[in-house]
Design a protein around this ligand. Sequence first.
Ligand SMILES: O=C(CO)COP(=O)(O)O
Length: 260
Amino acid sequence: MSGPKLYVAGNWKMNGLRPDLTQIQAIRDGVASVENAPDVTVFPPATLLHAASQIVEGSLVEIGAQDCHVGEKGPFTGDLSALMLKDSGATTVILGHSERRAEHGETSREVRAKAATALRAGIKIVVCIGETRGEHVRGLTASVCRRQLADSLPDESTPETTIVAYEPVWAIGSGVSPTTEQITAVHEIVRGCLKDRFRETSGMRWRVLYGGSVSPANAASTFDSPEVDGVLVGGASLKAATFLEIITAAARASERRSAR
Ligand SMILES: O=C(CO)COP(=O)(O)O
């Protein structure tokens, strides 16, 4: 299988104070000793971006941010621009996370505009999509994901700059996750949309991540799906030891894949 290199992302959400930077150090050092390590990006809160970026400088680990403003600069009190994030050392930004869609009323249209701004600023993007429990139960998963993807991704997206994360809202922080087959089915839909939209032959160059209650206990089975190019981890990324177990599971999975 010759897909992209596996990718493990840790979304710290609104967690982390300066003493927690030791976790970033431990992740950096741990990744350096994992053979066939995946690409790893940690997304701490904005207050830690600069310090975290300095810690990972010259290492295999990158630092990302969790949101940006749609504008480049101006009178937007309390907001952060993509250029500011880049200036603090972030290489990537998560956009359209379901927590922002739900709590800040972010629409896919806004996500797409933010994504275009981030790409113009030279920042990579992780665009999140995923259905709610109600939509899942009503059999709307495929249509919701298709629509969110179409509306959230800017035309400027490329496989090098853009990652899609499928995060079913009902799986986030719940300890419940879809079966590997369910994840595979949605990722196939996502890849099909990417293939059609960007006129590619297979869609296999794009990274499609799974997120939602990923843990050391289920990471290996998640990577059993050849459609999974990586994971977006919330709670289990806060402690380096736990996050490194997931990173190691990704490394073993990439070895199994290349042996096929
Ligand atoms: O929302 C998530 C990552 O962006 C997933 O969070 P949990 O891993 O805590 O379920």
